[in-house]
Design a protein around this ligand. Sequence first.
Ligand SMILES: N[C@@H](CCC(=O)N[C@@H](CS)C(=O)NCC(=O)O)C(=O)O
Length: 213
Amino acid sequence: MARPILYDYWRSSAAYRVRIALNLKGVDYESRQIDLREDAQKSPDYRALNPQGLVPMLEIDGHRLTQSLAIINYLDLRYPNQPLLPASAAERAHVVSMAMTVACDIHPLNNLRVLKYLKNELGHLQGEIDAWYAHWISEGLPGLETLAAARAGKFLFGDAPTGADVCLVPQLYNARRYNVPLDAYPTLLRADENANRLEAFAAAHPDKQEVPA
Ligand SMILES: N[C@@H](CCC(=O)N[C@@H](CS)C(=O)NCC(=O)O)C(=O)O
């Protein structure tokens, strides 16, 4: 079987999710950095592979997969070890809901292209953009904290990492980069701390990735 190729960027939180999932599943893969600072994601060569012009993309088993949650779902079905979603319908919905709180409601508002549009087309100052970034994180995390608290253990759901933790950890990494206060989220902080103790999460951290020159 050919080694899977992850079209990656060290600081991309959507790619960070996929790196964690690949590591949790024990899948050996090659990382190819698409330099978002250089707009490499918009190059004709990359768009020919992924018309959306975003990372991550995963080439695996002869498929070209895009969208981090779809990729993680593929990996979960393809590699049933260390399940990332519970089997019961209601519990699965709960975990997916927590993952989507991050991936659909917080992260897209703070994506690079959104920040660039605010700056370049709409003329906002960097301070305003930083406030925008922090606002959408602080708007989203309280709901996630409450949603998680009732059924959390060491992780957001029970005592093993799930797809919700896979989304949480990169989001908290982003929050810290922008100095967003996190003290009000003890459940999220506990899950984040326990996750980062696992090699699968630690090895996926941006600081452990190759940074394009
Ligand atoms: N919903 C997508 C989001 C992917 C995404 O937004 N990727 C960002 C990096 S985290 C990106 O490629 N941004 C490039 C840009 O904004 O031009 C997913 O979950 O994979």
